[in-house]
Design a protein around this ligand. Structure first.
Ligand SMILES: [Zn+2]
Length: 310
């Protein structure tokens, strides 16, 4: 029997969420041995290395079927490596959303960081001179809270300073980085009885002040960068989403100004169902943490999603 992949199920999946991927075909061998399945790695945009791919969670490996837990990866053909030869699927596996997992952070967890159940964001004073910018920020926070229940609120007190690593409060501000927009997550940690608990501590978002920002809904006019899309994308990271290479998803990385401006794929003003599922699961886990130490408390459930100010 030649080695071949006949089909993959499902064809649409979420990464990092312990969803099971089944690969059916022939000639996979009776057991995994030194063989492995690999995907396109988001960080490198190349395949996961053999060492990385061997560490995925394989549930079953037989001559005709392989099952494994879907890792954080990009949409692409699925590759099986058998005796150092690669076999590609005909079909493309589409990864519609990814749980953001940085090995240095471990499981992504939000806590009660402001003593009021969640995280308070401060808006830079430069945005206050533009009422359209404030409305855009307020509406994006409502959309995020309504879809996920995340306890992110805004302070009415204008802030100064610039988004950066090591910010001691969560800022939405101009940023000198060349990208359209940029997000920062500093993690905090607490050690108690040999357990290290790591959580998202300070999170900021910077916007490149040299772009023409369009603050409205829908499609941005030619030559303008859509502020709401960029804000939703960066807040998506803060709630725990990683990138995907699927246009139409909020987490498609907006690397070039041109990409964030005129293409119709970023005209949506809501998160997709897959993104909402991943974010809601992180929020639920963050509401259930049982770690005791350093005064850490779980994120609280919000009562009114439209109550966006502290
Ligand atoms: Zn991003």
């Amino acid at each position: 029997m030649p080695i071949e992949i006949k089909c993959i199920t499902p064809l649409e999946i979420k990464g990092g969420m312990n969803e099971v991927l089944t690969i059916s075909g022939n000639g996979f061998g009776k057991q995994r041995g030194n063989n492995y399945v690999t995907f396109t790695n988001i960080e490198t945009e190349k395949k996961f290395t053999a060492d990385q791919a061997k560490r995925f969670t394989y549930k079953n490996w037989s001559d005709t079927e392989i099952t494994l837990l879907m890792p954080y990866a990009y949409s692409d053909k699925v590759i099986i490596n058998i005796d150092d030869t690669e076999y590609l699927s005909e079909e493309i596996l589409r990864v519609k959303a990814n749980l953001y997992t940085k090995t240095s952070i471990g499981d992504y967890i939000l806590i009660d960081n402001n003593g009021q159940g969640g995280y308070t964001y401060f808006i830079h004073r430069s945005f206050y001179s533009n009422p359209e910018a404030i409305i855009a920020i307020e509406e994006v926070f409502k959309v995020l809270r309504r879809s996920t229940g995340v306890n992110f609120v805004l302070s009415k007190r204008p802030a100064c300073g610039e988004a950066n690593w090591g910010n001691t409060r969560n800022l939405i501000s101009p940023d000198k980085k060349p990208q359209c927009a940029y997000e920062y997550i500093d993690s905090g940690s607490c050690l108690n009885s040999g357990d290290t608990f790591i959580y998202a501590k300070n999170m900021s978002i910077g916007f490149n002040p040299n772009h023409n920002w369009f603050y409205g809904n829908g499609k941005a006019p030619k030559g303008w960068a859509k502020f709401r899309y960029a804000l939703m994308h960066e807040l998506g990271h803060h709630v725990g989403l990683g990138h995907v290479n699927e246009k139409g998803q909020t987490m498609f990385p907006t690397v070039a100004n041109d990409e964030a401006t005129v293409d119709s794929w970023c005209e949506s003003d809501t998160f997709t169902s897959e993104e909402i599922e991943v974010m809601s699961s992180i929020v639920r886990n963050s509401q259930k943490i049982t770690f005791i130490g350093c005064g850490i408390k779980p994120m609280s459930i919000i009562s009114n999603p439209d109550d966006i100010y502290v």
